[in-house]
Write a protein that binds this ligand. Structure first.
Ligand SMILES: [Mg+2]
Length: 293
């Protein structure tokens, strides 16, 4: 069996069209419920911060437990997340308000705040699947040797509801809240790069080192393969879902979108198990070409 692990947001959905709606909802909640300030001022600060991030994307990242989980320019949602994180950390009065609102954080007050905003408001987004989502999933379900599994940092119930609207039930399994962003500085697992040897941080060209200290995601992939199945991972972004499978020897297929940066395409192209899909519709054919596919 080949388990085809497919990211949800941005891979099956048109994230570039949802990101503005998500940003507007997050700003409203932040202004009204957390910081208690005029929304227009917060929105202006957000736009100024976002512009600064895009001028130097390699310098701005979603940081978790002091490690880089993703660069800001890898996707539409991650740009939003990183902008909010930077805004809340750099502005002392915003930081104080968030600290007061999240007195017992699981990570830190800013991460917990951003996670709350992301989970709450992505659940409300309208359904905007990519045209190939339904036919590609249907083809995988019908294939006797392939099993689609949806992998997401969003909560599983949101994804289940959306997949039901496409006509899918239990035949499409969901690994929800998988936390590819769960970074652990003390984790000692190393990975073998085809040319660079043992490493924990993959020095991707163009000053984008990708940190692999992600034990939660590693465990999720190991569990998926525990029954002897082969795996392949499909996603629209690189650092969060893609680097780990490649360095575990699992093929990774990156779907090219309007927001995919060149450095991600180049990194995928340079790895023997990396494949760039110009469209999600190309997935079944690309799987046919995998060793043992
Ligand atoms: Mg995604």
């Amino acid at each position: 069996m080949l388990k085809v692990i497919i990211d949800f947001d941005g891979t099956l959905t048109a994230e570039e069209e949802q990101a503005a709606l998500l940003r507007e909802a997050m700003l409203t909640t932040l202004a009204e419920e957390i910081i208690h300030m005029p929304r227009a001022q917060l929105a202006a600060d957000y736009q100024a911060t976002r512009a600064r991030l895009l001028q130097n994307p390699q310098q701005y990242h979603w940081d978790v437990n002091g490690l880089i989980a993703s660069y800001c320019d890898e996707g539409a949602f991650i740009l939003n997340t990183t902008t909010v994180q930077t805004l809340l950390k750099e502005n002392e009065s915003y930081f104080q308000a968030v600290t007061a609102a999240f007195p017992n954080p699981e990570y830190d007050p800013v991460i917990d705040c951003v996670n709350m905003l992301f989970h709450r408001h992505t659940a409300e987004l309208p359904l905007l699947f990519r045209p190939a989502a339904q036919p590609v999933l249907a083809e995988l379900v019908a294939h006797p040797q392939r099993q689609p599994i949806i992998l997401t940092n969003s909560l599983g119930d949101k994804v289940a509801r959306h997949l039901a609207a496409l006509g899918f039930g239990d035949e499409v399994a969901i690994l929800g809240d998988t936390r590819q962003y769960d970074m652990a500085p003390d984790w000692e697992q190393t990975f073998v790069h085809p040319t660079l040897g043992d490493l924990q941080i993959w020095p991707v060209a163009g000053q984008y080192p990708i940190d692999l200290r992600r034990p939660a995601y590693y465990k999720a992939l190991r569990q998926a393969a525990a029954d002897g199945s082969q795996l392949a991972v499909v996603a629209d972004t690189f650092s969060l879902p893609g680097a780990m499978p490649l360095l575990m020897g699992i093929p990774f297929l990156l779907t090219r979108t309007t927001y995919t940066p060149d450095w991600c395409l180049q990194a995928i192209d340079a790895h023997p198990l990396g494949i760039v899909l110009d469209d999600l519709a190309d997935l079944p054919t690309a799987l046919d070409r995998l060793p043992g596919g």
